[in-house]
Design a protein around this ligand. Structure first.
Ligand code: ACO
Ligand code: LMR
Length: 592
C-alpha cells in the first residue's frame, strides 16, 4: 500500500507559506490538483499561494476541528513547534479521515512522542517524524520538502514514478539517495525520512515492511544509522522470508568505530551504546541474513545498478509541468526584465541614511540647515541662494494662516467638529485650495510671465483677460482692498525692493493692479499675485528655466505647505476646545 495517493488532501498545521508553496509546487510539477486544502493558524483568513503561475487561495482556520470537518483531509503536515506538537497532533490522530501525519518539529520530548505513538496505534494512523523532512510517493504527493528544490526534483526524476522504495532516518541522506537511485534504476517510487529522534512515530522497519507489501515497489534501499537495534529485526524477517524483495542496506556511522569513545552523530538516536548498535555489526548481520550490503557508502551506486539490471528496471519518463520561476529569482538571475514603474530622483537611502539629492540629512543639520534647505533639495534639486531661502521662509510665515474665516480653515474646522480625524480634517481644508483661494499662484505666474514675455502693457493685459472673461489670478480679495491693504503683500514688496535689483514681473503686476483698481478698490494685487511676481523675478535672476517650471505647481506648493501649518493648528484648536458638531444657522441660508 503506497503511503500517499493523488487523491490525498493535505491539512497543514501552522502557516508557513514558503514551506506550503513547495508542496503545491510538487503538485503542479506532477500535474495533480493542489493537495493543500486547509491551513490551521491564528485567525480565519485566506493564504494566497501559487499553483504553477496561477494564484490560489487556501483557507486558513483558527479552529482545527472546523478545518477537518470542512475539508476532510487525509494527510496532515504539522509544522508546529515542539511545544505544541501534542496539542495540535492529537485531534489529527482522532480524525476519521486522516491516515498519515508528518511531524516536522525537532526536540519533541520523548514522553510526548510515546503518548502520540500510543494514540496513533490505537487509531491505526501513521506518524512520520518528528524531526523529519517528510515523505514522498512519486507522482502522487510530497508531504514535506524531501527531494529539495525544483532543480533537485528534476535531477532525481522525482516527477516520474519508478520501482524503488527508500527509507532513511535523515532527510539529507534521503535526498542523496534520490539522486543515486535515479541514476542507477528506473527511479524512486517512495521515499521516507523517519527522522532522527529516539522515538520516531514510525520506524524504518515499519516502512520496510509496508514497502515489502507494496506490489509497485520492486526493491528497497534502507539507510539507517548507528544506535538502536531494529536492523536485527529486519535481518530476522529477511531470514524468515517475510521480507522477500531485494533490500539494499547501509548503516551510517562506520567511521564512529574509529574513535576510542562513543560518538554521538547528528541525530538523537545516532549513538551506539554497545557494539551491537555499531554500524559494522549491523551491516554484518544484515548481510548474513541476505540483505545486499555494499562494501562502502560509495559502493551503493554499483550495487543499486546491479539490482536494477537484475530486475530489468527500465526508466520511464512521465510528463511533468515545468515549474515557473519566482519573479524575484528570475530578476536576480537576469532572466527577465521589466521596466520599473516609478522613476524618482529626489531622495534615497545611502549607507542607511536618507539623503536629499545626494545631501545627507546629517550634513544638512550639521551645517545648520532647516526645512527651507530641505525644500531646496527636494523641490528645486539644489542648495538655494540665501535670497531665495529667505523669500521662501518669508512666504511660509506669511501664508501659514489667515484666521478661521477663510474657506480652507473653515472646512477643516467643520470637519474636525464633525469628529473627523486630523488627517481627514486637514485634507478637507487642503482640498479647498484652488483658483480662487490660495491656489492662484501658479496661474498668476503663468499669466504674468506670458504677458511680460509678449511685451504687452498692463492695460492691454487687463483688457485681454476681461475680453476672455477670466478673473486675473493674483488680483482681488474678498476683504482686503486699497483702503484695507494686505500687510503680507506690503512686506513682500518691501522684501523685493530690498533684495531684488530687477523686478520686472513685480512692477508689471503692480501696473496691473493700478489698472484693476480703476474698476474696484478690492482688485488689489493679493498675496498670491505678489508671491507669483516676486518668484518669477528670483527665478529669472538666478538662471532657472522658468518655461520648464511653469505649471508644475511650484507656486501653489508654497501655499499648500504653509497653510497646512495653520489648518492643523485650527484642527487641534477645535479638538482642544471640544467644539460640537457645526451646523449652518437657518437664518444664514437662503432657500430658493
Ligand atoms: N480680475 C479681474 N476682475 C476681477 C477679479 C480679477 N482677479 N476678481 C474680481 N473681479 C471682478 C469680477 O469680474 C466682478 O466684476 P463684475 O462686477 O463686472 O461682474 C467684480 O470684480 C467682483 O467679483 P467677485 O468675484 O464678486 O469678487 P470677490 O471679492 O468675490 O472675488 C476673488 C475675490 C475670488 C479673490 C477674486 O478677486 C478672484 O477670483 N481673484 C482671482 C483669483 C485669486 O487671485 N485668488 C487669490 C486670492 S488671495 C488668497 O486666496 C490668499
Ligand atoms: C488667505 O490667506 O487665506 C486669505 O487672504 C484668503 C481669504 O479668503 O481671505
Amino acid at each position: 500500500m503506497a503511503l500517499f495517493t493523488r487523491e490525498d488532501r493535505v491539512i497543514v498545521i501552522n502557516n508557513k507559506p514558503e514551506y506550503i508553496q513547495r508542496i503545491l509546487d510538487y503538485d503542479y510539477i506532477i500535474r495533480r490538483e493542489p493537495s493543500v486544502v486547509a491551513i490551521v493558524h491564528n485567525e480565519d483568513t485566506l493564504e494566497k499561494l501559487f499553483y504553477g503561475s496561477k494564484e490560489i487561495l487556501v483557507p486558513v482556520y483558527r479552529d482545527i476541528h472546523r478545518a477537518l470537518a470542512q475539508h476532510r483531509p487525509t494527510v496532515a503536515i504539522n509544522l508546529s513547534s515542539y511545544r505544541s506538537v501534542v496539542k495540535t497532533t492529537e485531534p489529527l490522530l482522532r480524525d476519521p479521515n486522516i491516515r498519515v501525519i508528518v511531524i516536522v518539529a525537532e526536540g519533541v520530548p520523548e514522553r510526548d512522542m510515546k503518548s502520540l505513538i500510543k494514540i496513533a496505534n490505537q487509531n491505526h494512523k501513521t506518524i512520520v517524524g518528528p524531526a523529519t523532512f517528510g515523505a514522498i510517493t512519486v507522482g502522487a504527493l510530497r508531504a514535506g520538502v524531501v527531494g529539495g528544490d525544483y532543480d533537485n526534483i528534476l535531477k532525481s526524476r522525482l516527477y516520474s514514478p519508478g520501482s524503488i522504495g527508500i527509507v532513511t532516518r535523515s532527510g539529507g541522506l534521503l535526498n542523496e539517495m534520490f539522486r543515486i537511485v535515479s541514476r542507477n534504476s528506473d527511479g524512486v517510487l517512495e521515499g521516507v525520512a523517519v527522522g532522527g529522534d529516539v522515538f520516531p512515530g514510525s520506524t524504518i522497519l515499519d516502512h520496510v515492511l509496508r514497502m515489502n507489501n507494496d506490489p509497485e515497489i520492486r526493491a528497497i534501499v534502507m539507510v539507517s544509522e548507528i544506535g538502536g537495534k531494529e536492523e536485527y529485526e529486519i535481518a530476522r524477517l529477511i531470514r524468515e522470508g517475510k521480507i522477500r524483495k531485494p533490500i539494499i542496506s547501509w548503516v551510517v556511522g562506520v567511521s564512529a568505530e574509529l574513535f576510542p569513545w562513543r560518538v554521538q552523530f547528528g541525530h538523537a538516536a545516532a549513538k551506539a551504546n554497545s557494539e551491537m548498535e555499531g554500524a559494522r555489526e549491523k551491516l554484518r548481520i544484515l548481510k548474513q541474513a541476505g540483505s545486499i550490503v555494499p562494501e562502502s557508502f560509495g559502493d551503493l551506486e554499483r550495487v543499486i545498478r546491479e539490482v536494477s539490471d537484475r530486475l530489468e528496471l527500465k526508466p520511464r519518463e512521465a510528463p511533468y509541468n515545468p515549474l515557473p520561476m519566482d519573479f524575484r529569482k528570475a530578476v536576480s538571475q537576469g532572466l527577465v526584465r521589466r521596466p520599473t514603474s516609478i522613476v524618482s530622483s529626489i531622495s534615497k537611502e545611502v549607507d542607511g541614511e536618507i539623503s536629499y539629492r545626494g545631501k545627507r540629512v546629517s550634513d544638512i543639520l550639521s551645517e545648520g540647515g532647516d526645512i527651507v534647505d530641505v525644500i531646496g533639495y527636494l523641490w528645486f534639486g539644489k542648495q538655494l541662494s540665501p535670497r531665495f531661502r529667505n523669500f521662501l521662509s518669508m512666504c511660509i510665515v506669511l501664508l501659514a494662516d489667515h484666521g478661521p474665516h477663510v474657506s480652507g480653515a473653515h472646512n477643516a474646522i467643520v470637519a474636525a467638529r464633525a469628529g473627523k480625524d486630523l488627517v481627514s480634517s486637514l485634507a478637507s481644508g487642503i482640498l479647498t485650495i484652488g483658483p480662487r483661494f490660495g491656489g492662484a499662484i501658479d496661474d498668476a505666474m503663468r499669466y504674468f510671465y506670458d504677458a511680460v514675455s509678449r511685451g504687452i502693457s498692463a492695460q492691454e493685459f487687463v483688457e485681454e483677460m476681461k475680453s476672455k472673461g477670466i478673473n486675473i489670478p493674483g488680483i482681488g480679495h474678498r476683504v482686503k482692498s486699497k483702503y484695507n491693504p494686505d500687510r503680507r503683500v506690503q512686506l513682500l514688496i518691501e522684501f523685493a525692493r530690498r533684495e531684488l535689483s530687477s523686478r520686472k514681473y513685480l512692477e508689471f503686476a503692480l501696473e496691473v493692479e493700478r489698472e484693476t483698481l480703476k474698476k474696484s478698490e478690492k482688485l488689489i494685487l493679493n498675496v498670491d499675485g505678489a508671491i507669483a511676481a516676486i518668484m518669477l523675478d528670483i527665478l529669472d535672476q538666478e538662471g532657472y528655466n522658468i518655461e520648464e517650471m511653469l505649471g508644475l505647481g511650484y507656486g501653489n506648493a508654497i501655499f499648500v505647505l504653509a497653510r497646512s501649518v495653520g489648518i492643523i493648528g485650527h484642527i487641534l484648536d477645535q479638538k482642544r476646545l471640544k467644539q460640537p458638531l457645526y451646523r449652518h444657522p437657518d437664518d444664514d441660508v437662503y432657500l430658493i
